[in-house]
Design a protein around this ligand. Structure first.
Ligand SMILES: NC(=O)c1ccc[n+]([C@@H]2O[C@H](COP(=O)([O-])OP(=O)(O)OC[C@H]3O[C@@H](n4cnc5c(N)ncnc54)[C@H](OP(=O)(O)O)[C@@H]3O)[C@@H](O)[C@H]2O)c1
Length: 251
């Protein structure tokens, strides 16, 4: 039903986790895909091979998108490889597993999280907006933490709250150009990012806290992202789509 043949997609953080699942699903729908990643080139190459086997053009590019030069080089490489960008998924991000009270949070931790989760989205979105045409789709990955906050992870909650308000600002600003901008806000997702809290009894405790009774897979998040990138969602913009098994009910 979702046909993305002829569409050119850039997915940041596409070497693993939610980004890799999204890249696979976009390719399955027929889109050509560039995945961005930071360092893990073996993982990125493996995903590119998988996508190519689906019959689409696929590329990967290492770039630290928390820097302006890195972000702009990734978008430029996408335009060179694919000829343009019709779909942009800003997915790369970081979460520090260690719980840190505000009184003990270092300046460095705060600045790093904001740089990784907010500056990266600004730098990449700005570069994409300069080249994206009518009918473009932008999806920014936020988090339940950006809506209800996250105690002992105040840096992360603030960074994802910024992504949510950035989504709303861009949605109105880019609407006259026929570009939609939405956010998917995941709850717990079974990826490497959350290996530590899932260890030992953590997994069972987290599952029990989710009304639908299980932790999301990366595919559970990729589906709603791809929906928002598709013609089915052509009249949806500025939306924050919760994908959390019912654990946090706010928009
Ligand atoms: N997992 C969860 O429970 C959860 C919940 C809510 C929201 N989220 C959000 O969902 C998104 C994806 O999470 P995930 O769990 O899939 O993460 P993940 O498994 O840790 O993967 C992170 C990806 O981002 C890339 N990356 C990180 N920083 C980068 C940078 N500065 N420049 C370029 N690439 C960078 C990594 O590249 P390398 O492979 O090269 O390191 C990797 O591809 C994040 O924004 C996260 O905050 C996750």
């Amino acid at each position: 039903m979702i046909d993305l043949r002829g569409r050119r997609a850039l997915v940041t953080g596409g070497s693993r986790g939610i980004g890799a699942a999204t890249a696979r699903m976009l390719a399955r729908a027929g889109a050509d895909v560039m995945i961005g990643y930071r360092t893990r080139s073996a993982d990125a190459d493996r995903i590119v091979n998988e996508l190519e086997r689906m019959g689409v053009h696929a590329f990967a590019r290492a770039a630290n998108i928390a820097t302006r030069d890195g972000a702009e080089s990734l978008v430029a490489a996408t335009v060179t490889a694919l000829g343009g960008v019709d779909i942009f998924v800003a997915n790369a991000g970081v979460w520090q597993a260690e719980a840190v009270p505000l009184t003990g949070m270092s300046d460095e931790q705060w600045a790093t999280t904001i740089r990784e989760n907010v500056d990266s989205v600004f730098f990449t979105s700005r570069a994409v907006a300069r080249v994206m045409g009518d009918g473009g789709r932008i999806v920014l990955v936020s988090s339940t933490a950006g809506q209800r906050g996250e105690a002992f992870h105040a840096d992360y909650g603030a960074s994802k709250g910024a992504v949510i308000s950035f989504t709303k600002s861009l949605s109105t600003e880019l609407a006259p150009r026929g570009i939609t901008v939405n956010s998917v806000a995941p709850g717990w997702v079974d990826t490497e990012m959350v290996t530590a809290p899932m260890a030992n009894e953590g997994r069972a405790k987290i599952s029990a806290s989710i009304p639908l009774g299980r932790i999301a897979s990366a595919d559970d998040i990729a589906g709603p992202i791809v929906f928002l990138c598709s013609p089915l969602a052509r009249h949806v913009t500025g939306e924050i789509l919760n994908v959390n098994g019912g654990s946090v009910l706010c928009g």
